[in-house]
Design a binder for this molecule. Structure first.
Ligand code: PEP
Ligand code: MG
Length: 291
């Protein structure tokens, strides 16, 4: 990290012409927060909860304790926690199906959670309980059509009701979606129950370009600056502005200095990046003037 990035890391992010930009961090496990200072960010934009499922699913109390620790670390800042995103590049033994010809197009992310309501209910209960300790936002991965969000919302409402009946403390948590499929990006405005959007460019780019994210020989196609990708990102930014809900970018593209100007020009005002990339992200934001 250069001196300018280090200096800017501790300051609120602003473009060269003074527009405030929200910079959040991505959390991949408790090790991420052990090493990171919450004061350099505006909250957590993505928690990848797969680490809790490495040795089979963690039970409700273990999940709750882990989510609560992240909420306490964030110290009043919003914490976005993604429900299990098993499948594709993140197989979870015993949970993801064997024998799919194309796991990236198979039962993964929210599709898998909806197919395993018991697993999903346990995670939703743990998240709602953690929300009693600070602002939690619940984020659904790999959403394709609005009906999936409606189904998830119903399961979340059921979980909240059963916790309330049992007298277990919970908090309200906004429910939002990751935009990772071209269908969700093109139709973003129709997800009327989405309380926020977060664009997962790692997956969105692979599905737009039909080039797998783990296949080096087609990496030349995985270009976040390609017009097809930027058009979809701008579409989602417009949908969010029209609906009055936040749109962030949480894929790797959000922390690439050569891509950040294009994201800001598309109308994106929130970026979520690995903690180690906060300084260089703020530096790239400061160097850009909105046209
Ligand atoms: C993405 O797809 O851009 C994303 C942030 O999620 P993951 O990399 O965990 O699939
Ligand atoms: Mg993804």
């Amino acid at each position: 990290e250069d001196a300018e990035s280090r200096r800017l890391e501790g300051e609120p992010a602003r473009t060269g012409d003074g527009t405030a930009i929200t910079v959040l961090v991505n959390v991949d496990g408790l090790a991420t927060i052990a090493d990171a200072d919450p004061d350099v960010c505006d909250g957590v934009g993505l928690t990848r909860t797969e680490f809790l499922f490495a040795d089979g699913p963690a039970d409700e109390d273990a999940q709750y304790e882990t989510y609560r620790r992240i909420v306490e670390w964030a110290d009043g800042r919003p914490v976005t926690i993604r429900t299990l995103d098993a499948g594709g590049d993140k197989p979870v033994p015993g949970i993801t199906p064997d024998g799919e010809t194309n796991p990236f197009l198979g039962l993964r992310g929210l599709r898998l959670s909806l197919a395993h309501p018991d697993l999903f209910r346990t995670q939703l209960r743990a998240l709602l309980r953690a929300a009693a300790h600070g602002p939690v936002k619940i984020m659904l991965p790999m959403v394709t059509v609005p009906e999936e969000l409606v189904q998830a919302r119903a399961l979340m409402d059921e979980a909240a009701e059963s916790l309330a009946k049992a007298g277990v403390p919970t908090g309200d948590a906004p429910l939002g979606i990751m935009v990772e499929t071209p269908a969700a990006a093109l139709e973003a405005a129709r997800f009327e129950a989405a309380e926020f959007y977060s664009i997962g460019t790692n997956d969105l780019i692979q599905y737009v370009t039909a080039a797998a994210r783990d296949t080096a020989s087609v990496a030349y196609l995985q270009d976040p600056l390609s017009p097809a990708v930027l058009r979809l990102i701008a579409e989602v930014a417009t949908a969010g502005r029209t609906r009055g809900v936040e749109v962030s970018v949480c894929g790797e593209a959000a922390s690439l200095p050569e891509v950040i100007p294009a994201l800001l020009d598309c109308g994106i005002r929130t970026l979520s990046v690995p903690p180690a990339a906060v300084g260089r992200t703020k530096r790239a934001i400061a160097a850009h003037r909105l046209g």
